[in-house]
Ligand binder design. Structure first.
Ligand code: FES
Length: 190
Protein backbone atom coordinates (compact mmCIF):
# COMPACT_ATOMS: atom_id res chain seq x y z
CA UNK A 1 0.00 0.00 0.00
CA UNK A 2 2.82 2.38 0.94
CA UNK A 3 4.44 1.43 -2.34
CA UNK A 4 1.33 2.49 -4.30
CA UNK A 5 1.18 5.78 -2.45
CA UNK A 6 4.84 6.44 -3.23
CA UNK A 7 4.25 5.77 -6.91
CA UNK A 8 1.23 8.06 -6.90
CA UNK A 9 3.24 10.85 -5.36
CA UNK A 10 6.04 10.33 -7.81
CA UNK A 11 3.53 10.53 -10.67
CA UNK A 12 2.14 13.75 -9.21
CA UNK A 13 5.60 15.20 -8.96
CA UNK A 14 6.42 14.33 -12.56
CA UNK A 15 3.16 15.92 -13.72
CA UNK A 16 3.94 19.07 -11.78
CA UNK A 17 7.48 19.13 -13.15
CA UNK A 18 6.34 18.69 -16.75
CA UNK A 19 3.68 21.39 -16.28
CA UNK A 20 6.34 23.74 -15.00
CA UNK A 21 8.48 23.06 -18.06
CA UNK A 22 5.57 23.97 -20.33
CA UNK A 23 4.96 27.15 -18.35
CA UNK A 24 8.54 28.33 -18.66
CA UNK A 25 8.89 27.33 -22.31
CA UNK A 26 8.50 30.90 -23.55
CA UNK A 27 11.04 32.20 -21.09
CA UNK A 28 13.48 29.43 -22.03
CA UNK A 29 13.38 30.51 -25.67
CA UNK A 30 14.57 33.95 -24.61
CA UNK A 31 17.30 32.60 -22.41
CA UNK A 32 20.32 32.94 -24.74
CA UNK A 33 19.48 36.59 -25.39
CA UNK A 34 18.99 37.43 -21.73
CA UNK A 35 22.11 35.53 -20.78
CA UNK A 36 24.14 37.46 -23.32
CA UNK A 37 22.85 40.85 -22.24
CA UNK A 38 23.36 40.43 -18.54
CA UNK A 39 24.57 37.34 -16.73
CA UNK A 40 22.98 38.57 -13.49
CA UNK A 41 19.51 38.35 -15.06
CA UNK A 42 19.81 34.56 -15.05
CA UNK A 43 20.38 34.41 -11.32
CA UNK A 44 17.45 36.75 -10.73
CA UNK A 45 15.12 34.65 -12.88
CA UNK A 46 15.91 31.59 -10.82
CA UNK A 47 15.52 33.47 -7.56
CA UNK A 48 11.88 34.42 -8.06
CA UNK A 49 8.90 33.51 -10.19
CA UNK A 50 5.83 35.52 -11.07
CA UNK A 51 2.55 33.57 -10.98
CA UNK A 52 -0.75 34.68 -12.51
CA UNK A 53 -3.48 33.42 -10.16
CA UNK A 54 -6.39 35.23 -11.82
CA UNK A 55 -7.90 32.00 -13.14
CA UNK A 56 -7.79 30.23 -9.79
CA UNK A 57 -11.37 29.89 -8.51
CA UNK A 58 -12.20 29.97 -4.81
CA UNK A 59 -11.47 26.56 -3.30
CA UNK A 60 -9.07 25.60 -6.09
CA UNK A 61 -5.30 25.30 -5.98
CA UNK A 62 -2.32 25.27 -8.30
CA UNK A 63 1.24 24.01 -8.04
CA UNK A 64 4.26 25.82 -9.44
CA UNK A 65 7.93 25.00 -9.27
CA UNK A 66 10.27 27.39 -7.46
CA UNK A 67 13.94 26.63 -6.90
CA UNK A 68 13.28 22.99 -7.71
CA UNK A 69 10.47 22.64 -5.17
CA UNK A 70 6.70 22.40 -5.64
CA UNK A 71 4.89 25.42 -4.23
CA UNK A 72 1.20 25.08 -3.43
CA UNK A 73 -1.05 28.10 -3.93
CA UNK A 74 -4.61 27.68 -2.67
CA UNK A 75 -7.40 30.21 -3.11
CA UNK A 76 -9.10 29.59 0.22
CA UNK A 77 -12.80 29.81 0.83
CA UNK A 78 -14.23 31.80 3.73
CA UNK A 79 -14.96 28.51 5.52
CA UNK A 80 -11.36 27.36 5.09
CA UNK A 81 -10.03 30.64 6.50
CA UNK A 82 -12.43 30.45 9.44
CA UNK A 83 -11.46 26.84 10.14
CA UNK A 84 -7.80 27.87 10.23
CA UNK A 85 -8.45 30.85 12.51
CA UNK A 86 -10.76 29.30 15.08
CA UNK A 87 -8.43 26.44 16.04
CA UNK A 88 -6.79 26.84 19.44
CA UNK A 89 -3.02 27.17 19.15
CA UNK A 90 -2.67 24.61 21.99
CA UNK A 91 -3.93 21.95 19.60
CA UNK A 92 -1.09 22.46 17.17
CA UNK A 93 1.73 19.88 17.30
CA UNK A 94 4.13 22.49 15.85
CA UNK A 95 3.71 25.84 17.58
CA UNK A 96 5.90 27.83 15.19
CA UNK A 97 4.71 29.84 12.20
CA UNK A 98 7.48 28.55 9.85
CA UNK A 99 6.84 31.54 7.66
CA UNK A 100 9.40 33.53 5.70
CA UNK A 101 7.73 36.77 6.79
CA UNK A 102 7.28 36.01 10.51
CA UNK A 103 9.93 35.90 13.23
CA UNK A 104 11.56 32.52 13.89
CA UNK A 105 9.73 32.22 17.21
CA UNK A 106 6.38 33.59 15.97
CA UNK A 107 3.39 31.40 16.93
CA UNK A 108 1.68 29.25 14.30
CA UNK A 109 -1.46 31.37 14.01
CA UNK A 110 -3.00 31.51 10.55
CA UNK A 111 -2.42 35.29 10.63
CA UNK A 112 1.34 34.66 10.78
CA UNK A 113 1.23 32.38 7.74
CA UNK A 114 -0.57 34.61 5.23
CA UNK A 115 -0.36 38.25 4.19
CA UNK A 116 -2.63 40.62 6.05
CA UNK A 117 -5.58 41.57 3.83
CA UNK A 118 -4.75 38.72 1.43
CA UNK A 119 -5.68 35.83 3.70
CA UNK A 120 -7.58 34.06 0.95
CA UNK A 121 -4.22 33.18 -0.62
CA UNK A 122 -2.22 30.46 1.12
CA UNK A 123 1.26 29.79 -0.30
CA UNK A 124 3.26 26.78 0.92
CA UNK A 125 6.27 24.67 0.07
CA UNK A 126 4.43 21.46 -0.90
CA UNK A 127 6.81 18.92 0.60
CA UNK A 128 5.72 16.83 3.58
CA UNK A 129 7.88 17.63 6.58
CA UNK A 130 8.07 13.95 7.52
CA UNK A 131 10.10 12.31 4.75
CA UNK A 132 9.55 14.60 1.80
CA UNK A 133 6.59 13.18 -0.16
CA UNK A 134 4.19 15.53 -1.92
CA UNK A 135 0.89 15.68 0.00
CA UNK A 136 -2.50 15.24 -1.68
CA UNK A 137 -5.04 18.06 -1.66
CA UNK A 138 -4.20 20.24 -4.61
CA UNK A 139 -6.77 18.78 -6.96
CA UNK A 140 -10.51 18.98 -6.34
CA UNK A 141 -11.57 15.48 -5.32
CA UNK A 142 -8.24 14.69 -3.66
CA UNK A 143 -8.31 13.30 -0.15
CA UNK A 144 -7.50 16.42 1.89
CA UNK A 145 -7.33 14.60 5.20
CA UNK A 146 -9.19 15.04 8.47
CA UNK A 147 -8.59 18.79 8.62
CA UNK A 148 -9.48 19.53 4.97
CA UNK A 149 -6.09 20.89 4.07
CA UNK A 150 -3.62 18.32 2.71
CA UNK A 151 -3.06 14.65 3.37
CA UNK A 152 0.20 12.82 2.89
CA UNK A 153 -0.67 9.15 2.29
CA UNK A 154 2.95 7.99 2.55
CA UNK A 155 2.69 7.66 6.32
CA UNK A 156 -0.56 9.45 7.13
CA UNK A 157 0.17 13.09 7.92
CA UNK A 158 -2.82 15.44 7.99
CA UNK A 159 -2.42 19.20 7.44
CA UNK A 160 -5.09 21.82 8.02
CA UNK A 161 -6.32 24.72 5.87
CA UNK A 162 -3.34 26.78 7.00
CA UNK A 163 -0.89 24.02 6.04
CA UNK A 164 -0.14 23.19 9.66
CA UNK A 165 0.51 19.61 10.74
CA UNK A 166 -2.38 18.34 12.86
CA UNK A 167 -2.01 14.55 12.95
CA UNK A 168 0.51 11.94 11.86
CA UNK A 169 4.29 11.58 11.94
CA UNK A 170 5.30 14.90 10.36
CA UNK A 171 6.72 17.19 13.02
CA UNK A 172 6.54 20.60 11.36
CA UNK A 173 4.08 22.82 9.55
CA UNK A 174 4.47 23.18 5.79
CA UNK A 175 6.81 26.18 5.41
CA UNK A 176 5.63 29.45 3.88
CA UNK A 177 8.11 30.81 1.30
CA UNK A 178 8.74 34.52 0.76
CA UNK A 179 6.18 36.08 -1.59
CA UNK A 180 4.64 39.41 -2.48
CA UNK A 181 1.61 40.51 -4.45
CA UNK A 182 2.21 42.41 -7.64
CA UNK A 183 -1.01 43.69 -9.10
CA UNK A 184 -4.44 42.27 -8.41
CA UNK A 185 -3.87 38.67 -9.23
CA UNK A 186 -0.14 38.10 -9.42
CA UNK A 187 2.05 36.57 -6.79
CA UNK A 188 5.83 36.83 -6.92
CA UNK A 189 7.48 33.96 -5.07
CA UNK A 190 11.07 34.44 -3.96
S1 FES B 1 6.42 11.62 3.98
FE1 FES B 1 4.48 12.47 4.45
S2 FES B 1 3.78 11.26 6.08
FE2 FES B 1 5.71 10.43 5.65
Amino acid sequence: MAHDAGDANRRDFLMVASGAFLAVGGAAALWPLIDQMNPDAGAQALASIDVDVSSLAEGAAMTVMWRGKPVFIRHRTTAEIEAARTVSLDELPDGYARSAFADDDAPASDENRVKSGEEKWLVLIGICTHLGCIPKGQRLGDNRGEFKGWFCPCHGSHYDTSGRIRKGPAAENLPVPPYTFSGDARITIG
